[in-house]
Write a protein that binds this ligand. Structure first.
Ligand code: AHR
Length: 691
């Protein structure tokens, strides 16, 4: 624990039900009252708050990008969701090669349906190119003016329609000889109301790209709609890369959904850990995050079977992660594939690993190189003229699952190669100190280790003093690259938010060793949380959405309360008379007593403003005496921002998105010592104007 000075005594105070050992100083007169006392030692800065302390972790899970952040509205736009699994073992796998997708014969594509009796089949004899080596053959021989025929797509659990909005439709098409067209592209409700439609002429026997705009009128927002391409003249047409985009955040081409982007922007994250998570690894070597197949024009990207059970077109690829960073103002934290997959295949360090090391070096060049470098020039071509500021590279993901013992050697090979070419980069090991000693990296000293914590509320609160006693002599810093209080589904409830806030107080207090952290997973499409083809693979995610709307969980609001109020200095803080509450003991059943008050203090050195965060996880209100030493004065006026709930099971949902939101108020009666009552189940950010 960060303790204030002078430390004059060390006493054991007996609390109801538990005995806790605390330090306190005789300089605070009321330290022996029964109220909890939180003391800020404002003349003792224990850490410079890292500028990239709060961030996001992301991967393709729960329809995070496709069916989520990525603006694309058409599901299975490349018709490759039906491709057959082709797992390839590392000893026979050539990382430089693309293994074309294969399909069963006479299959109609999933997520597409026939309109007007057209026959639909996947056709591998009429590919658009090597990457998109299949197309949708639409036999509309019976089409007529009174009964147009074609295809419909229901999107990701609906196609959203907003009033007076321009949607960009594009697709590649060709037709059988003699087809006169035109094609009609439309957005319609499931019961046939047409919101917008456009005619597209000029389809010939050769593949061509078509683009048009679908503009809606003053209609009510809705999502139970479909997108259609039909013809009123008979013929056969082939389609590929069928796309429909709403206006995107900051109007970026191939960009992101505006509402979700705005939620993120509001929380002011400073870095993005991508592309995983398990997504960087893949189930098999040929299903890893193969960044070279995720750059360039989207119709040249083959897509891949992702580890979370659905196809990824990779329209949201490496350049799009970078565009996202640019739009929200985040620094990339890049995870590179490290020669280990989720099915526990690996390549041993040495020559077999070298192609993957080179891949990683080239990926770093893609992110950071200027136009004079091969891969920097490719990024410029992809629409990003300026190199991105990269400081951290993570080698793999959760390699503590690799029980072959190969991680140390693999890490070392990546570490040496990256440090040789990019000495300024900090290298992160995926085996943190929460893992057994024998699984950690020993042959090199990682700059940081990535620790992962998915816990119950009680566990999260129970470990919320963990880093206070950490060995400060250890050179390796901590990146808590995945953590969450997993209570509530699909998004966390107030219990989750309380656990999160307690844990973030711990990390803030210890920002000298915890340099960065990010909640995970970030996104969930809540349209169909169970069953076949479900939209959720992992419960308790920060932000939920369907095709039309999005919302932040209480945990999201805690991020939004903490991140913008991080300050640039961490102040010494300690407490006495900490209260406890009765909580479930865990798997074995029963109950136990755990602390119910959590705190951290930071300062904005330019203004002197002190931010004090207090979490009261008890079901009852708690008065706390707050003492601020080491300042001349604290103004009596300040602000309080409070997130609270009548009980810890309360939450936000897609239907009740703002049930729990932080409320700000101006407050009086502050000073260098004051007592404030914190509501039950609450998280409070107090801003104190100190001099
Ligand atoms: O966040 C969900 C998953 O949890 C991540 O993909 C993986 O790294 C962890 O096991």
């Amino acid at each position: 624990m960060n303790l204030i000075k002078p430390l004059t005594r060390h006493l054991a105070i007996t609390m109801p039900a538990i005995s806790i050992s605390v330090f306190f100083t005789t300089t605070v007169a009321f330290a022996q009252t029964s109220l909890p006392v939180v003391q800020i030692q404002a003349d003792k800065v224990t850490a410079k708050m890292p500028t990239t302390f709060y961030g996001l972790m992301t991967e393709e899970i729960n329809y995070a990008f496709e069916g989520g952040l990525y603006g694309e509205l058409i599901r299975n736009r490349t018709f490759k969701s039906d491709s057959l699994p082709q797992p390839i073992k590392p000893d026979v796998y050539d990382p430089a090669k693309y293994y074309p997708a294969k399909f069963a014969a006479n299959v109609a594509p999933r997520f597409w349906s026939s309109v007007g009796g057209a026959a639909l089949v996947l056709d591998t004899n009429a590919p658009l190119n090597d990457a998109l080596n299949v197309s949708l053959k639409v036999d509309a021989a019976a089409a007529s003016k009174t009964s147009p025929a074609g295809v419909a797509n229901g999107g990701y659990w609906g196609i959203p329609v907003e009033p007076k909005t321009a949607y960009t439709v594009s697709f590649f098409a060709k037709a059988s000889p003699g087809f006169t067209g035109p094609l009609t592209a439309s957005i319609e409700s499931t019961n046939g109301k047409v919101f917008a439609s456009v005619k597209i002429s000029g389809v010939t026997g050769e593949w061509q790209k078509f683009e048009a705009t679908l503009k809606t009128k003053s209609v009510k927002p809705s999502k139970d709609n479909v997108f259609k391409i039909t013809t009123a003249t008979p013929g056969t047409i082939w389609l590929q890369q069928v796309s429909l985009f709403p206006p995107t955040y900051k109007n970026r081409p191939n960009g992101d959904r505006a509402d979700i982007s705005q939620l993120l922007t509001d929380a002011q994250p400073k870095f993005l850990r991508f592309p995983g998570g398990n997504y960087v690894e893949g189930n098999n070597f040929n299903e890893r995050f193969n960044w070279k197949q995720m750059i360039g024009p989207v119709e040249q990207r083959p897509g891949h079977r992702s580890c979370w059970g659905y196809w990824s077109t990779d329209g949201f690829g490496l350049p799009e992660f970078l565009g996202w960073c640019q739009d929200i103002g985040m620094e990339p934290v890049l995870a590179v594939f490290a020669g280990y997959t989720l099915n526990r295949d690996h390549v041993t360090n040495g020559p077999a690993l070298e192609p993957y090391v080179q891949e990683a070096l080239e990926e770093i060049e893609y992110v950071t190189g200027d136009a004079s470098t091969k891969w920097g020039a490719q990024r410029v071509k992809d629409g990003y003229p300026n190199p991105f500021p990269l400081r951290y590279v993570e080698i793999g993901n959760e390699d503590f699952f690799d029980r072959s013992g190969s991680y140390d050697g693999r890490f070392a090979q990546f570490y040496d190669a990256i440090k040789a070419k990019y000495p300024h980069l900090k290298i992160i090991s995926t085996v943190g100190y929460e893992q057994p000693e024998n699984l950690r990296v020993h042959s090199r000293t990682p700059d940081l280790v990535d620790e992962h914590y998915y816990r119950s509320e009680e566990e999260m609160e129970g470990q919320s003093y963990k880093y206070d006693t950490y060995d400060r002599a250890n050179k390796t810093k901590v990146f808590v690259g995945e953590w969450a209080t997993r209570v509530g589904t699909p998004t966390p409830n107030m219990a989750g938010a309380l656990g999160d806030a307690a844990w973030m107080c711990c990390m803030e207090r210890n920002a000298d060793i915890v340099l960065m952290h990010c909640f995970a997973p970030l996104f969930v499409n809540v349209s169909q949380v169970s069953g076949q083809n479900r939209s959720m693979q992992w419960a308790s995610d920060l932000i939920g959405y369907d095709a039309l709307a999005s919302y932040g969980s209480p945990s999201y609001y805690v991020q939004k309360m903490f991140s913008p109020h991080a300050g640039d200095e961490v102040l010494a803080i300690s407490a006495q008379n900490l209260p406890v509450r009765t909580a479930p003991a865990g798997r074995g059943g029963g109950t136990r007593q755990i602390k119910s008050l959590f705190y951290s203090a930071t300062r904005d050195s330019a203004s002197g403003k002190i931010t004090l965060k207090i979490v009261n996880s008890a079901d009852t209100a708690q008065s706390v005496t707050i003492a601020i030493n080491g300042v001349k004065s604290v103004a009596s006026k300040g602000t309080a921002t409070v997130l609270k709930a009548a009980n810890r099971t309360e939450t936000n949902t897609i239907k009740d998105p703002q049930h729990l939101v932080p409320v700000g108020e101006k407050i009086n009666g502050l000073g260098t010592s004051f007592t404030r009552t914190f509501p039950p189940c609450s998280i409070t950010v107090l801003e104190l104007n100190a001099k």
